[in-house]
Design a protein around this ligand. Structure first.
Ligand code: LLP
Length: 412
């Protein structure tokens, strides 16, 4: 459920007309709904009521500071993967003891920043990284809390680019190496293993792979206990999918119930790292039709949003629903919706039935709140879009549109 609805023939974000927003702030334009973010966060978090848990929103999905502040205000912790995300999370007011840090290539400076901040733990992804964390912790006289990211070798049945828990993926440690890593920590100073972690992939539309991964982690937990190693946390990562088109992902309550059933007698605090399920349907990308054009093979809608604004269709062939901001009931035609960038991969939709819209009209690209702006770039020297956060009738400029001067800001 989201708060982008048609009222009297015009799309609204909560109580604000998208046409008016586009007129005032220009296009391409990201519009987020605060009520939707709030609703999604609460629906997710409350699905685990009854389990000792902490929901750590995955910053990479949508890292806008206003969004992070909103979620921090609702009590969210954060899952980060870089010094930059740590910086954002702290600026948003997230308590450091609610921050977990994943990623295969954490550098010494980033590790130091996280230790200085006092984050909850590092999700360690290799033996070499463990040694680096110990070294940095020793040099600053601190004890680093860690959890090992276990690669359970489970197929999440999603796009290969966003599958992360299979043997062939770069993420985590296989079970055997993980056991050795925990054993190694027992004899070392400056390091305290307090949890175990996995994240098997993103946009999962079935509970089964989560259950399979969790079972492997629970078996692993048994082995740790046999070795006399006592941990306190279990982090199951993110990954719950959303509806872009006709997918029917499980509701968070179904996910929550599955975990509650499997963890009933397990004395571990559970960490969850949802990104897309909170942010995905909380945002749209608004774009104007710049030109229409046809050749013997195709009809094109050339719009002012491009792969630099929303790369998912180009990168993964992802589907995003596209609709008129002011539907006029016209017949549908088959279109490629393309941007102005000089690449044939610059498209938002291919061979899509859409009403025969005209130059100057507005389109809304739905489900753009996650991995939309956060994956945007300046390719083709295009200033990045403006981001708005709508809250009822209130409009917050969450990020100003970039200017040409911004493009050259760091250049000689
Ligand atoms: N935790 C870790 C360690 C992750 O790597 C990710 C996402 C998440 C949590 C959040 O996963 P989510 O709940 O959002 O599925 N750019 C791709 C998605 C990449 C996901 C990367 N990791 C896309 O646009 O589909």
């Amino acid at each position: 459920m989201h708060h982008f609805e048609y009222r009297d023939g015009t799309l609204f974000a909560e109580d604000v007309s998208i046409t008016n927003l586009a007129r005032e702030y220009g296009t391409p334009l990201y519009v987020y709904s605060a009520a939707t973010f709030t609703r999604h966060f609460k629906a997710f978090d409350s699905a685990f009521d009854g389990l000792d848990h902490l929901t750590c929103y995955s910053v990479k999905a949508n890292s806008n500071l206003s969004v992070l502040k909103l979620l921090a205000g609702l009590g969210a912790g954060m899952d980060i993967v870089s010094g930059g995300e740590l910086f954002r999370a702290l600026k948003a007011g997230v308590s450091p003891d609610k921050i977990v840090y994943s990623g295969v290539g954490k550098r010494a400076a980033e590790i130091r920043e996280a230790l200085d901040a006092g984050i909850l733990w590092f999700n360690v992804e290799s033996g070499a990284e463990l040694l680096e964390i110990i070294e940095v912790a020793r040099s600053v006289g601190k004890v680093a809390r860690v959890s090992f990211r276990i690669n359970p070798d489970v197929d999440p049945q999603t796009h290969p680019y966003i599958s992360t828990g299979m043997k062939k993926n770069k993420f985590g440690l296989d079970i055997e190496h993980s056991l050795k890593a925990y054993a190694m920590c027992a004899d070392l100073e400056n390091i305290e293993p307090i949890g175990m972690d996995c994240h098997i992939g993103s946009q999962l539309t079935s509970i089964e792979p989560f259950k399979e991964a969790l079972q492997k982690l629970l078996d692993f937990y048994g082995k740790l206990k046999d070795m006399g190693i006592d941990i306190k946390y279990l982090d199951l990562g993110g990954g719950l999918g959303i509806t872009y088109d006709e997918e029917a992902p499980p509701h968070p309550t179904e996910f929550g119930q599955a975990l509650k059933d499997m963890l009933a007698d397990v004395p571990l605090k559970v960490i969850l790292e949802p990104g897309r399920v909170i942010a995905g349907n909380s945002g749209i990308l608004v774009t104007e039709v710049v030109y229409t054009k046809s050749n013997p093979s195709r009809n094109f809608l050339i719009v002012d949003a491009a792969m630099n604004d929303l790369v998912r269709p180009s990168l993964y062939g992802s589907y995003h629903r596209i609709a008129e901001v002011e539907p006029k009931g016209r017949e549908a035609m088959l279109y490629d919706v393309v941007g102005p960038i000089c690449e044939s991969s610059d498209f938002l939709a291919r061979e899509r039935d859409l009403p025969a819209v005209e130059q100057g009209e507005l389109l809304a690209v739905f489900s753009a709140g996650a991995y939309g702006f956060s994956m945007s770039s300046n390719y083709n020297s295009r200033p990045r879009a403006c981001e708005l956060l709508v809250d009822g009738e209130k409009v917050i400029v969450a990020r100003k549109r970039e200017t040409y001067d911004d493009l050259l800001d760091k250049e000689l």
